[in-house]
Write a protein that binds this ligand. Structure first.
Ligand code: PLP
Length: 444
C-alpha cells in the first residue's frame, strides 16, 4: 500500500456523510456506555495522519491515547505482525511457549530503570498489569493496603476503578469497589494550596502522615503512582516528590510501583518518565505504546518481588499473545533505531514555546505543562484558577472541525492534551499547532 500523504486535507465537513451514516448504525448496535471523542470512522492511519472514510486527512494528536508512538502502520510492525499471524496466532503461553514472549520480557528487563536483576510478566491490558502489580506486591509483602494519589487513573476493572480518582464517568454507579485502597493528595503544582514551591514537601508530608497514622506502614503493600499523571490532567509532580516517595517506600518495606502505562516508551523524552528524576521503581507497569496498538501489557521489576508469586498465580488466556509480542519487538526496535526518545524532546522544543505564547494574565490558558511529546494546556477563567471545561470543549470541537484530533483530559475536564505519534513530521505538527492557536484565540 502507498504511504498516506502526510498533510491535512478536508474534503467534507467533519464528520463527513459516510461517518455520519456509520455513526447512526453504531448507535443502533452499540452499548451507549461506549463514548467517543470524535465520531469519525477510519479507513487508514499512519505517521501523523488519520485518513477517514470520507477521504479527509486528519492530523493525529492522540495516537489512540499514547499507543501508536511509532505510527499506526509502521512497515516494520506490519511486516512482523503479518509474519507471526502466518506462523500462529495463539497457543496460550501457559499451555505451550514461544520465544517472542521471552524476548519482550528480556527487552523490558533491559530498558526499564535500574540495573538490578529483573523479571517480567506479560498481560493484555493496562488495567490488568496494574491489578497484577498489586497481586505481586501483596504476595511479596503479605500486606493488604494500596496507596494511590488524587487525580490518579489506573483503569476500569474493579480494583483499578477503586484506584482511579475521578468518579464520572469512570466509577459512577459501578460500586462497591475493592477495599484497602487509600488515597493521598497529588502534588499538583498548579493547584497546590501552599503554592507550587511547597508542593513536593507538603504532599510528601501528608502521604507519610496518612500512611503511618491512618493505615499503618506495616499494612501497606504498595504505593502506586503515575510519574506524570495522564487522564488526571498531565500533572507533572514537582521535582523531588517521586524520589521522596520511593525512599519512604523502601524504608518501610513498601513496594513502589510506577504506572508508566501512558508515559512509557520514549513519550516524555526519556524511555521512561521515572528517569527524568533518577527514580528507580520496584515494579513498573507498561502497556499502551509497548506493542504499537496490539494489546499487550507488562509488569517488570525486582526479581525477588516478581518471583514471590508461586507458579500458576499469574497469567491469562491471551497474556503475552504472540502477535502482540511480535509487534512489541518491532516497536521497541523502531523506538531505539529511529531515535524516538530524542524525537519526543524535539517535539517539546517545537510545541511548548508555541503553546506558551498563549499564556498571559488575562488568558484562558492557566498553565502549559508536560514533558516531551506529552504536553497539555489547562484552561481557566481569566485572572483566576477556576477550571474552564467549556473552553477545553470549545477548543477541542474547533480542532475537530479543522481536522485536528485533540483530546480533553483532567479531573475538571479543562485540559487539552497533545499526544502526537513520535514519528509526526515537523510540518504536520506546525500545522496542528496553528489550528490550536487559532482555536484558543477564538474560544477566549
Ligand atoms: C490507560 C491507562 C491505564 C489502563 O490501561 P487499559 O489498557 O486501558 O486498561 C492504566 N494506567 C494508566 C496510567 C493509563 O494511562
Amino acid at each position: 500500500m502507498d504511504p498516506i500523504e502526510q498533510r491535512r486535507l478536508l474534503r467534507t465537513e467533519i464528520p463527513g456523510p459516510r461517518s455520519v451514516a456509520l455513526q447512526a448504525e453504531r448507535t443502533q448496535h452499540l452499548a451507549a456506555g461506549l463514548g467517543v471523542t470524535l465520531p469519525v470512522f477510519v479507513d487508514r492511519a499512519d505517521g501523523g495522519v488519520i485518513l477517514d472514510v470520507d477521504g479527509n486527512q486528519l492530523i493525529d494528536l492522540a495516537s489512540g491515547i499514547a499507543v501508536t508512538s511509532v505510527g499506526a502502520a509502521h512497515p516494520e510492525v506490519s511486516r512482523r505482525v503479518a509474519e507471526q499471524v502466518e506462523r500462529f496466532t495463539h497457543t496460550c503461553f501457559l499451555v505451550t511457549e514461544y520465544d517472542g514472549f521471552v524476548q519482550v520480557a528480556a527487552a523490558l528487563n533491559r530498558l526499564t530503570p535500574g540495573d538490578h536483576e529483573k523479571r517480567t510478566a506479560l498481560f493484555t491490558t493496562g488495567a490488568e498489569a496494574v491489578e497484577n502489580a498489586v497481586k505481586i506486591a501483596r504476595t511479596y509483602t503479605g500486606r493488604p493496603a494500596v496507596v494511590v494519589l488524587g487525580h490518579a487513573y489506573h483503569g476500569r476493572t474493579n480494583l483499578t476503578m477503586a484506584m482511579t480518582a475521578k468518579n464520572v464517568p469512570y466509577k459512577q454507579g459501578f460500586g462497591p469497589f475493592a477495599p484497602e485502597v487509600y488515597r493521598v493528595p497529588s502534588p499538583y503544582p498548579y493547584r497546590w494550596p501552599g503554592g507550587a514551591e511547597a508542593a513536593a514537601e507538603e504532599a510528601f508530608a501528608q502521604l507519610a502522615e496518612i500512611v503511618t497514622t491512618q493505615i499503618g506502614a506495616g499494612n501497606v503493600a504498595a504505593i502506586v503512582a503515575e510519574p506524570i499523571q495522564g487522564e488526571g490532567g498531565f500533572i507533572v509532580p514537582p521535582p523531588g516528590y517521586l524520589a521522596k516517595v520511593a525512599a519512604f517506600a523502601r524504608e518501610h518495606g513498601i513496594v513502589f510501583v510506577a504506572d508508566e502505562i501512558q508515559t512509557g516508551f520514549a513519550r516524555t523524552g526519556a524511555m521512561f518518565a521515572c528517569e527524568h528524576e533518577g527514580v528507580v521503581p520496584d515494579l513498573v507497569t507498561t502497556a499502551k505504546a509497548l506493542a504499537a496498538g496490539m494489546p499487550l501489557s507488562a509488569v517488570t521489576g525486582r526479581a525477588e518481588i516478581m518471583d514471590a508469586v508461586a507458579p500458576g498465580g499469574l497469567g491469562g488466556t491471551y497474556a503475552g499473545n504472540p502477535v502482540a509480542c511480535a509487534a512489541a519487538l518491532a516497536a521497541l526496535e523502531v523506538i531505539e533505531s529511529e531515535g524516538l526518545v530524542e524525537r519526543a524532546r524535539q517535539i517539546e522544543a517545537l510545541a511548548r514555546p508555541r503553546l506558551e505564547t498563549l499564556l498571559g494574565a488575562d488568558s484562558v490558558v492557566g498553565e502549559v505543562r508536560g514533558r516531551g511529546a506529552m504536553l497539555a494546556m489547562e484552561f481557566v477563567r481569566p485572572g483566576t484558577t477556576d477550571p474552564a471545561p467549556e473552553v477545553a470543549k470549545a477548543v477541542a470541537a474547533q480542532c475537530h472541525r479543522e481536522g485536528v484530533v485533540a483530546l480533553v483530559c483532567g479531573t475538571f475536564g479543562n485540559v487539552i492534551r497533545l499526544l502526537p505519534p513520535l514519528v509526526i513530521s515537523d510540518e504536520l505538527l506546525d500545522d496542528a499547532l496553528g489550528v490550536i492557536e487559532r482555536a484558543v484565540k477564538e474560544a477566549s
